[in-house]
Design a protein around this ligand. Sequence first.
Ligand code: CO
Length: 463
Amino acid sequence: MSSSPKTPDRKTSRTRPAGGPGELDPADRAAARRMATDLLTFLEESPSAYHAVAGLETHLQAAGFQTLDERRAFDLEPGGRYLLQRQGTSLIALLPGTAPPSRAGFRMLGAHTDSPALKLKPHPENVSEGEITLGIEVYGGPLMATWTDRDLGLCGRAIISSDGRKLESRLFCSHRPIASTPNVAIHMNRKVNEEGLKLNPQTQITPLLGSLAGGLPEEDAVRFVLAKLLGLPAQQIVDFDAFLYDTQAPTFTGWNEEYIVGGRLDDLTMCYAGLQAMLDAADKPSGATRILVCYDSEEVGSQTPQGARSNFLPHALERIALALGDSREGYFSALAASQLVSADNAHARHPGYADKSEPRHAPRLNGGPVIKVHASRAYATDAYTAALFERACRRAGVPFQRFVNRADVKSGGTIGSMTAAQLGVPTADVGSAQYAMHSIREMAGTYDPWYMRKAMAAFLQEG
Ligand code: CO
């Protein structure tokens, strides 16, 4: 189930699993802890996929990555640092290698920027008895009950126009609670603890935004709020993609702060680990061209202009190969010499639901990266790509674990299999172990993002 280069003693691993932060030396432990602290900041600043991509861009630009524009020819230097984004919610970072891609291929990391959420309808306001509630649509598959009794903020992007012609995209975030979906009292839902909280998203997920008596206008209250957040006249707001989010800040928990809790750990922890691995790799020259792709739309099937089923990555890779002196023929040779690690979080063995996990493939928090396998290929991993990733873990001195579903359980999917099919590139699906996937507040291990970053950096460096 789990393996580590540092723990040959099988007897101790039975009572205390192999690997984990207990075996880190103090300097590594401190580095892992520092990275987790920075990750919490990134999570807090990324309430939506728009904000996540903006945050990734800021980190990359600070490290000297130049922004490419898809509308213009790519002008690339071997050894340079570049990034590009599409629709504001998907991003590619690239480090051209010292050899052309046709010779050394692409080494790629993938993750996703979106998370389940509640999205406002175009006309979200419903006025009832002087109070304004918000009409929502469900984005992806949230654990809906966790969205009740939360201090919800509003975030996303608005399309604005100051002259009625030119359209501009602007991000907004309330940075404070401005809505809430109160539970119904147990006295009015007596069987809730036996039967679970069942919620109709049309009629029962109706966050309260405020009241007319409190000063909200009867018409277009959301535009009124967005205008205040953006510091613009309401008539300049043409349209918006607005999401509710949990304003409670992510934090450490556990006596020794060995866990982190917060929203969108799936999959922003892997975006962040990929970012750090790219920054680590940027200082080490390599023949291969190294790529990080962070896709939007994973939670809704990836069938968007910027999702994993789109031409975002294939077109970018072809243009990168051409800009680095390869022909189209050379681009196809490059793909045949390439590898991808797709990182999306995995289910840890839950102490209260242990029978939901496959006994011999039940990952734990802080046990290192999880390699995910599925016979019907919801995960792209096969023995070869698993071996490639295991080799990277061993070189990095990082423990790793295996995940496979119980044979009687249906698997989730991820971007790995889609990207693998798009490109024809051998792909490993991996991720950090976590609890409460798709809850408004998820839980993961403090040390796992650092383990993943080390393994990813070793993977980028090989070959
Ligand atoms: Co995910």
